[in-house]
Ligand binder design. Structure first.
Ligand code: NAP
Length: 290
């Protein structure tokens, strides 16, 4: 397919590399041009404006947050886009903005699909993302070959894009809660002279299997938070978005509020760029052991 891609950060860059490998023609735009230049060597066509990328059979985007998405996909960009174009937004954004974007695109004869992903940059590089897609079914059908190049499976959630956003936020809330629990358990153990690694060997052997407990647990056990695979500031953004979505429907999420405060503390203490396993350090500091 002839596609555009906007936002070449840790995730976007890895996704474009796999799209190119699968034989798609990709026009790329990034705010900082040097990230785009690196992909030119892999065959991407670097364009100078978002509008030049917002054309062809479909356009994909992977920007940081609501603010970035709002800045790039403004009214003139959407107004100038060819009718019938499909935009697949893969960033983790608010439920409210997903709903707004769906209306704005439909109003201008564009198709809007929300397709946030589960999986960190290493998973993106391996082409094994889990994709949660929602939007018009025919639009998802059209872009499925591209989604297949970057993900191991696309789950279709519904026809309303915001449904994919809320599912992604619920998943990241659970992830953040698991990391918070690991951090608190680590502080508890340290207070009684038990090694975190010994604890992990026991719990990941049967009770808590899977990459979340073993992966983040290992980082906490080793107190190793760099290089960040998922930055604390992005984790905070997602928990904030989950709380905002909950607030919109008067849904109490007391655990999310606790994790939110721990992530605020991590960022306030200068750890925003570290992996959000740094929640282990927040618990250690609270116990006076950091
Ligand atoms: P990242 O490495 O920080 O990249 C962010 C991208 O957004 C960059 O291309 C950046 O451009 C661009 N950007 C930021 N503010 C902008 C603005 N005001 N105008 C234009 N462009 C702007 O982040 P990432 O890890 O790739 O994450 C991207 C999205 O994927 C986020 O929504 C994140 O929550 C989600 N996600 C991340 C992970 C993960 O583990 N990292 C996993 C799943 C989902 P510059 O290069 O110019 O800064």
């Amino acid at each position: 397919m002839d596609i555009g891609f906007i936002g070449l950060g840790e995730m976007g860059g890895a996704m474009v590399a796999n799209m190119l490998k699968a034989g798609h023609r990709v026009r790329v735009w990034n705010r900082s041009p040097e990230r785009a230049q690196r992909l030119a060597e892999a065959g991407a066509v670097v364009v100078a404006t978002p509008a030049e990328a917002f054309a062809g059979d479909a356009v994909f985007s992977m920007l940081a947050d609501d603010h970035a998405v709002r800045e790039v996909f403004d009214a003139p960009l959407l107004a100038g886009a060819p009718r019938g174009l499909t935009h697949v937004n893969m960033a983790t954004i608010s439920v409210a903005l997903a709903e707004t974007l769906a209306h704005e695109h439909a109003h201008r004869g564009l198709h809007y699909v929300a397709a946030p992903v589960l999986g960190r940059p290493d998973v993106a590089a391996a082409g094994k993302l889990t994709i949660v897609a929602a939007g018009p079914a025919e639009a998802i059908d059209r872009v499925q070959p591209v989604l297949d190049a970057i993900g191991q499976k696309t789950w279709r959630i519904g026809s309303l894009p915001q449904q994919a956003s809320v599912m992604k936020l619920a998943a990241n809330f659970m992830l953040a809660s698991a990391v918070e629990a690991l951090g608190e358990a680590s502080a508890l153990l340290a207070g009684h002279g038990v090694a975190m690694q010994d604890f992990l060997d026991v719990i990941t052997g049967g009770l808590f299997t899977g990459p979340v407990y073993s992966g983040y647990g290992k980082m906490i056990a080793e107190r190793r938070y760099e290089p960040a695979l998922f930055k604390a500031r992005l984790g905070l953004k997602d928990v904030r978005l989950a709380l905002a979505a909950a607030n919109a429907t008067h849904t109490p999420m007391p655990m999310a509020s606790t994790v939110h405060d721990s992530l605020v503390q991590a960022v306030a203490q200068g750890d925003g760029e570290k992996d959000f396993a740094v929640l282990g350090e927040v618990s250690a500091r609270r116990a006076g052991r950091a």
